[in-house]
Design a protein. Structure first.
Ligand code: HEM
Ligand SMILES: [Cu+2]
Ligand SMILES: [Cu+2]
Lengths: 214, 818
């Protein structure tokens, strides 16, 4: 584990386990819970298995294995997990609200164009500007093939599908630059299909909307 | 007659032709099973070499070893070969080799079909290898999402190789599945009721039915995408009423069951091998069967979990997430039944058991990460990263390759009839298993650190370098281990000393024969009273060799075996198998020309080779007929049974029934796709719907009725009625197509064309079948020997009639509702 953390220490601009926004943080917590649970189950199963070579010979009943471990055990664990997953999923949905900022993203091979409802006509290429500390809804679509929109430190990914508009909620806790990736394979330029999210503080955001720095 | 003379007589009847000629004319399941397995291993090596190229490329950042054009072909072909040309055919080969032996019979239900499927696999696989060597291989990823894989993203021939080559290969999956299903249901040793079947047969049955219902959506999708690419029929192009997501649904309706199609045979092997290794019997046989069946049923309701990031509505996500976690339950039932079996027995640590332990250690991790990605929010982060690459290899290598290595070492004494010499195998084990975990364990973490799958290079500074270096070095260690396994197998096959007949002291019937097995399997067929016949009667092999079972007298001089009642296993009929023939290889070569014509767009070749295939098929069926009935014959042990071709439900009828199951699933998928476009695709409704009007409707009704009635009439009147029915349906079809003259105009128009084409195709098939029955009558076949064929024809004419009605309803409905 320490090596893992050390490995991650270098730079984590694309790391989903170094969250910088509420959605990514919720999912990162989910991951650590899942990892702990999975490790415990794995060790339990491994122990049961090893015991087969160690235990003194004798009768073994079928019910504890098939019904107890086979049915009851996973059903309990999965019910808890599912409930947790649904609650988390609910929390990540784009819900209405007064301070929600709406931006539009159009993907194409191999670039991104971003538009802003608060600054009609304003388009940025491969750079998405958002205000920090406010929920942002990204309305995604594609001009050619299927693409994916992913800012690992801020939220999960969502696809940009031609003809459809999908809405992803993300939010950055603090101003800064966050790496973004096209995350659905889309041909020879896939590696370079990246973008940057720039989160501004309140004044910076107003300045951006006003067209400064163009 | 003593055992040796019986052996000589049976060998004369059953043996394949000597020398290389035997390779092309053999219809024997032992030969074909070995050929299937050998070719599948060849493809595993090719896929493995591609994996090594991938690992070489990714070992260091900014690698310049391959450019993206090459890399994309390499990973696409790696996935495609491993899934379609290695895993599924390997199962087919194992089942083809083992099933008749486990079930106590002499061959599979349709020996020539085994050979036909095998050659389709070889020819289709060769197309893919050609594309790879020529540098024009598919390059859109193994799930081929359009528009990237369509003309917009891939204008070259690359995608066509995938769509056409894989569809060609799928013929072998479908034919193997039909054959496995019928064999398990009808071709067993007398007395073997369903509850006494060896557990592997249950798993193979479930797998085969899953192939029949899982592959049709993929075959449909491939046909639709090829139609889009070749003729501009816009099924997946949003501007003209198509939808890219339609492909994803069709693909994953196949793709998820596919994962279980790969895992279940492995689970069957585990359930067979593990109790023997623990010197006991399987715990909870009934529960394990129920678990396999429910896994199969559940796995058809999960496909959307591969599409959690495509913008599916929240309720849908919740449903599919719940269903996806639920599959862990039947999996757990099996895992714990196996562990319970080990507790109950006295497990040793022979090599097959070692591989089973590797399976447990690996597959459990893969299963747990699978549950993780079934939790939707987590999948939003993990999807399309190396977390998924790691997960899928834990499942596929842990859940399929490791159990198959256990199976290899378990059945090797049977394959080659020699003692195994384990030293190399042990070394290989200790290279492969740690090598595997070294390759993939840390890649989970790389995925969470943002490493996307399918990238051809990466920059330094993300914390990925050391992980990838470890993965690449371990990958090569694992590859060396696989090379050792190969060397081990070859050495064992050619040098080791002859072994005893039943080295593991197992209870199932495949060990009740001399090894390597004779062409006829059993000198006489056993009567089975228990699940482990060899535990019940250690003398069984000797008694069978002495001819004390059924059909021990080769006097009739032809290949014979028995069929039984499905549930009870009571003997029912004597089957007469065809002999060696080159017809299957010829027919699959002509089938290959059909696909080749489409691939290189020389469309004149397509109808010509279609006629060629029909001609071969007619010759194939014709050779089965007999003019005069034989009546009941002696089957040994006091049983007197009719010949299978003289009863109302011959094997061909059962085969047709299960082929129609696949065909019906194909139609169901087409109707699903149509409904999907209608309700979800953005650019609907189309400019105009076809409105066939009452005249066309009357023609369809009359045509369907005539076709169905034709199937019930005597030979000549039946053909006349079916012909009239086909003409009526054809006229109605013309009327409809006249209203949507351009299939490239809108996805609706394209769908109507496909529906109409499907209905007409089935009319023609029914007509040909009825013509065949009429021709038999003409040639003087008696009513008794014609009966089975007539019932097969009726099945197909009923289906054709149903299809005509459904297609008419589907075409007309939107116009009526609008
Ligand atoms: C022999 C050792 C193997 C190694 C080292 C290996 C390695 C890899 C790697 C690194 C990838 C990711 C490529 C990328 O995303 O750029 C990959 C993809 C894949 N592998 Fe393997 N693999 C191995 C065996 C297998 C086996 C046995 C199977 C199946 C039975 C399999 C099925 C797949 C599939 C389906 C993909 C996805 C391809 C795609 O994204 O289109 N692999 N493999
Ligand atoms: Cu994706
Ligand atoms: Cu799945």
């Amino acid at each position: 584990m320490t090596t893992l953390v050390a490995l991650a220490g270098c730079e984590e601009s694309l790391s989903a386990v170094h969250p910088a926004g509420p959605a990514a943080a919720t999912i990162a917590t989910l991951w650590w819970v899942l990892l702990a649970g999975a490790t415990a189950i794995f060790l339990f199963v491994a122990g049961l298995l090893a015991w087969a070579w160690r235990r003194p010979p004798g009768e073994v009943a079928e019910r504890p294995f098939v019904i107890g471990l086979g049915l009851a055990f996973p059903l309990t664990v999965l019910a808890a997990l599912l409930a947790y997953g649904l609650v988390v999923g609910e929390r990540l949905l784009p819900r209405g609200g007064a301070d929600v900022v709406v931006v539009r993203a159009e993907a194409r091979q191999w670039a991104w164009s971003f538009g802003y409802d608060d600054a009609p006509g304003r388009v940025t290429e491969d750079e998405l500007h958002i205000p920090a500390g406010r929920p942002v809804d990204v309305a995604l679509t594609s001009a050619d093939v299927v693409h994916g929109f992913w800012v690992p430190r801020l939220a999960g990914k969502l696809d940009a599908v031609p003809g459809h508009v999908n809405v992803l909620r993300l939010e950055a806790d603090a101003p800064g630059r966050y790496g973004g990736l096209g995350s659905e394979f889309n041909g020879v330029g896939y590696v370079g299909h990246r973008f940057t999210v720039i989160a501004h503080d309140a004044t910076g955001w107003q300045a951006f909307l006003a067209g400064e720095g163009e | 007659m003593n055992a040796l003379r019986r052996h000589r007589a049976l060998t004369r009847i059953w043996a394949s032709a000597p020398g290389w000629k035997g390779w092309f004319t053999s219809v024997n399941h032992t030969d074909l099973g070995r050929m299937f397995l050998t070719v599948a291993v060849f493809f595993f090596l090719v896929g493995g070499i591609l994996a090594m190229l991938i690992r070489a490329q990714l070992a260091t950042p900014r690698s310049a070893f391959m450019g993206p054009e090459t890399y994309n072909q390499v990973f696409t072909m790696h996935g495609t070969i491993m899934m379609f040309l290695f895993a599924i055919p390997f199962f087919e080969g194992l089942a083809v080799y083992l099933l008749p032996k486990l079930l106590g019979t002499r061959d599979l239900a349709f020996p020539r079909l085994t050979a036909y499927g095998f050659w389709c696999y070889v020819f289709g696989g060769s197309m893919m290898i050609f594309a790879l060597l020529a540098g024009i291989a598919p390059d859109s990823g193994w799930f081929m999402y359009p528009p990237l894989s369509s003309t917009i993203g891939a204008p070259g021939i690359n995608s066509d190789f995938w769509l056409i080559g894989i569809t060609f290969v799928e013929i072998s999956a479908i034919s193997a599945a039909v054959e496995i299903t019928v064999t398990i249901l009808r071709y067993r040793a007398p007395g073997m009721s369903l509850a006494k079947m060896p557990i592997f047969a249950w798993y193979a049955l479930v797998t085969a039915v899953m192939i029949l219902t899982g592959f049709p959506p993929l075959i449909l999708g491939s046909i639709l995408l090829e139609l889009e690419r070749a003729f501009g029929m816009p099924f997946f192009q949003v501007a003209q009423g198509g939808d890219a997501l339609l492909w994803q649904h069709l693909f994953w309706m196949f793709g998820h069951p596919e994962v279980y199609i790969i895992f279940l045979p492995a689970a069957g092997a585990i359930s067979t091998i593990l109790p023997v290794m623990a010197r006991t019997t399987l715990m909870g046989y009934g529960w394990v069967v129920a678990a396999a069946v429910s896994l199969a049923v559940l796995s058809f309701g999960l496909w959307v979990h591969h599409m959690f990031t495509t913008g599916i509505p929240h309720m849908g996500l919740a449903f599919f997430s719940a269903a996806s976690t639920l599959v862990a339950v039947p999996t757990a039932v099996q895992i714990f039944a196996w562990i319970g079996t080990l507790w109950r027995g006295r497990p040793g640590l022979h090599l097959p058991m070692m591989w089973l332990l590797a399976f447990f250690a690996t597959f459990v991790i893969g299963g747990l990460t699978g549950v993780m990605v079934a939790v939707v929010p987590f999948d939003w982060q993990a999807h399309d990263t190396y977390f998924i690459v790691a997960h899928l290899h834990y499942v596929l290598i842990g859940g399929f390759v490791f159990p198959m290595l256990a199976a290899l070492y378990y059945w090797m004494p049977h394959f080659v009839g020699r003692k195994t010499y384990f030293k190399l195998g042990g070394v290989a084990f200790w290279l492969i298993v740690p090598g595997f975990h070294g390759t993939f364990l840390l890649l989970h973490w790389a995925g969470l650190l943002g490493m996307r799958r399918r990238i051809d290079s990466y920059g330094p500074g993300q914390g990925w370098e050391i992980i990838n270096l470890i993965a690449s070095v371990s990958g090569f260690v694992m590859a060396i281990g696989f090379a050792l396994v190969l060397i081990d197998v070859i050495i064992n096959a050619v040098t080791a000393i002859r072994g005893s007949r039943d080295p593991w002291r197992a209870g199932t019937l495949e060990w009740a024969m001399p090894t390597p097995p004779a062409a006829y399997n059993f000198a006489s067929l056993p009567h089975v009273d228990s699940r482990d016949p060899l535990y019940a009667d250690r003398e069984l092999p000797v008694r069978l060799a002495r001819g004390e079972g059924y059909l021990g007298d080769p006097a009739r001089g032809r290949r014979e075996t028995l069929t039984v009642d499905i549930a009870t296993g009571a003997p029912r009929t004597i089957v007469v198998f065809p002999g060696n023939t080159a017809l299957p290889v010829l027919m699959s070569a002509v089938t290959g020309l059909f696909f080749l014509g489409m691939l290189v767009k020389d469309y004149w070749l397509v109808p010509i080779s279609a006629l060629g295939v029909i001609g071969c098929a007619l010759a194939w069926v014709w050779s089965l007929g007999r003019r005069a009935p034989e009546g009941p014959l002696d089957a040994g042990r006091g049983a007197v049974l009719p010949v299978a071709s003289e009863v109302a439900d011959p094997p061909g009828w059962w085969g047709s029934l299960f082929l129609l199951l696949a065909d019906g699933t194909f139609l169901g998928s087409l109707l699903f796709g149509y409904a999907f476009l209608w309700t979800i695709a953005p650019n609907w409704p189309p400019p105009a719907y076809a409105e066939p009007g009452p005249a066309a409707l009357a023609l369809v009704l009359a045509g369907a009725a005539l076709t169905a009635v034709g199937g019930r009439l005597g030979a000549l009147a039946g053909v006349a009625a079916a012909l009239a029915g086909t003409v009526a349906v054809g006229l109605a079809a013309l009327a409809v197509l006249a209203q949507v003259p351009d299939p490239a105009a809108h996805a609706y128009d394209a769908t109507v064309w496909v529906l109409v084409g499907y209905a007409l195709l089935h009319q023609v098939v029914a007509l040909i079948m009825m013509a065949l029955v009429a021709a038999r009558r003409w040639a003087g076949h008696s009513a008794v020997t014609r009966r089975g064929a007539a019932r097969v024809a009726r099945l197909w004419s009923d289906y054709a009639a149903l299809v005509a009605l459904l297609a008419a309803a589907a075409v007309g409905l939107p116009g009526v509702l609008a």
